[in-house]
Design a protein around this ligand. Sequence first.
Ligand SMILES: [Zn+2]
Length: 310
Amino acid sequence: MSLFQLTARRLVSQAYCGLKAAASKKQKVCSEMARPSSNMADFREVFAKAKHIAIITGAGVSAESGVPTFRGAGGFWRKWQAQELATPEAFARNPSRVWEFYHYRREVMLSKHPNPAHIAIAECERRLSKQGRSVVVITQNIDELHRKAGTKHLLEIHGSLFKTRCTNCGNVAANYKSPICPALAGKGAPDPETEEAVIPVEDLPQCEEDGCNGLLRPHVVWFGETLDPDVLTEVEKELDICDLCLVVGTSSVVYPAAMFAPQVSARGVPVAEFNMEATPATNRFRFHFPGPCGTTLPPALARHQTEIIS
Ligand SMILES: [Zn+2]
């Protein structure tokens, strides 16, 4: 074994354990470091000192509000899953079908509400802002439940069900109309036997910018599309300044947390996961709180005894 290999091994070992120590003590620390803590009191200590908190949220948070994702077992709309409809190719081939799918998803959201996890995050942002501290939510969810709960500083990396983008002029606009256009009224039923609406392009949602009349599409990131570089720049800025990062309702081996959490952790910033189960990536983080985030998150983000609110 070369000197380089020995040195490298020692460096890795020290980085992993976080300190140089006697063999017995070192072993103990190693086993402790390898397992993230689920000690809420310890998390609360870190939380009380944090000035810039970044919260990365994923599908698990929406699932606890009963929002269908049309992915995985049983996740079908008619005979398709999201990855067959949420693509630029599917929209080019059959804009009527894709709009029926999104119209259905928008209408479903009328009956869905933020759950205790959404509410705890929004309440935490409101409270901490009065103390000169910041919270940012970086989400892959397109259902706007964070916004509905009152979250202000929100980066929707996958866009929103309630925004449209013109395929002609590129204009992006908020759109909460129900139905989004007369031709889609009563359409979009999810049952496999439903007859397709086959709506002509001129009757699908159209751009309202002066003289444009272009076909609108949902302002969401589809499979095979890249994330908006402006949103990504914002995300990078927030991850660079955060001094505590929470990963909620998504595992850290799954996108988007897989892209962001390891870079935060590599800076030595504490990362806390709140999700159903541990994954191999979990061991790289300071904390892991298993279980439904609607149960685990509210006590984690509640007012700390040291917080002074004027
Ligand atoms: Zn337009």
